[in-house]
Ligand binder design. Structure first.
Ligand code: ATP
Length: 303
């Protein structure tokens, strides 16, 4: 079966006794995109990844990878998938290369891949050093190298910069960006908005097991835009007028200052509309909330 979707979940649900860890989650990740799966701690990200990898059985719903059902056809579904879902467990006294050799042998991966993945994560020059001597960032990069061994089309990374110092974080983010340019699909789980914003093109935000937003980073950013208008007098007519406009998502006012929840690009139209209706505009400007504010807002206010 060919499909443009690398990942599709349909009403995917996981219940642990009374706790709904993941609730009716529907996601679509296109081939070749870097998709951010963002949510605060405990939101259900790891449980979702575990269901995608066939490690946890869903209570209901379906997970498909490249069109293959993970539960019913795990071999086909997971054939082109690499993952890093927990802190890497390597032998500290073996070199980076020897650690990969052990894994490659176990997984039937040709030894030639080892040098390729070491180069991809920029560890070639330290490949002979013992793993125990690596920095946290290098350890994490070796874990990503391990996930790349079988040359997967889809790579899932669960909190890849967890526990890293700022330098290690930068190293790993740069690595993710470079992997993205090779045409692989990347599914990046993180509770760090900043991380997702920097490397992902599309994002789903989950909270308490439920998807509360999904879209391109740009779209989500636009949702955080507000056009601020100061009118002379006529506040109530201005509010009434703007509330009727299709692309205005809401209007609040504080004295003569109107906060219009609308894309910043619409500011000239707002100005023209008010002026046409004989409402004098004293000031108009756009205010952009960061995706950070948006993320905090949606994760705070949605229960
Ligand atoms: P974090 O970033 O903190 O790991 P997360 O978004 O990955 O969070 P999950 O680890 O998927 O979230 O957990 C989602 C919810 O399910 C949490 O409330 C967690 O306590 C619960 N949970 C996870 N695994 C189990 C389990 N094996 N048994 C019972 N409850 C679980």
């Amino acid at each position: 079966m060919t499909t443009e979707l690398a990942i599709q979940t349909i009403d995917l649900t996981k219940r642990y006794k009374q706790r709904l860890a993941v609730e009716s989650l529907s996601l679509e990740v296109q081939r070749g995109e870097v998709f951010g799966f963002l949510g605060p701690n405990g939101a259900g990200k790891t449980t979702t990844i575990a269901m995608l990898l066939g490690l946890v059985r869903p209570t209901a719903g379906q997970a498909l990878l490249f069109g293959h059902d993970v539960q019913h056809d795990p071999v086909a579904a997971l054939r082109n998938v690499g993952a890093m879902i927990e802190a890497p467990a390597f032998y500290p006294y073996l070199s980076g290369r020897d650690n990969l050799r052990v894994l490659a042998r176990a997984d039937g991966v040709p030894p030639a891949r080892i040098d390729a993945v070491l180069a991809a994560v920029e560890l070639s020059s330290r490949a002979r050093d013992r793993f125990g001597t690596y920095s946290q960032g290098m350890k994490q990069r070796l874990a990503i190298a391990a996930a790349l061994l079988a040359d997967p089309d889809l790579i899932m990374l669960d909190e890849p910069t967890n526990g890293l110092d700022p330098a290690g974080t930068v190293e790993v983010r740069e690595l993710i960006r470079s992997l993205a340019t090779e045409g692989r699909t990347i599914f990046l789980c993180s509770h760090l908005l900043h991380e997702v914003e920097q490397v992902c093109s599309r994002v789903a935000i989950i909270k308490a097991g439920r998807r509360i937003a999904q879209g391109s980073v740009r779209e989500l950013l636009q949702r955080g835009q507000v056009v601020q208008v100061r009118v002379v007098g006529a506040v109530a007519p201005a509010v009434a007028l703007l509330q009727q406009v299709e692309w205005v998502r809401g209007v609040q006012h504080d004295g003569d200052l109107l906060l219009v929840d609308a894309p910043a690009a619409r500011a000239p139209e707002i100005n023209a509309l008010l002026t046409r209706n004989d409402i004098l505009v004293a000031e108009i400007r756009t205010r952009e909330e960061s995706l950070e504010q948006f993320f905090l807002e949606v994760t705070e206010h949605t229960t």
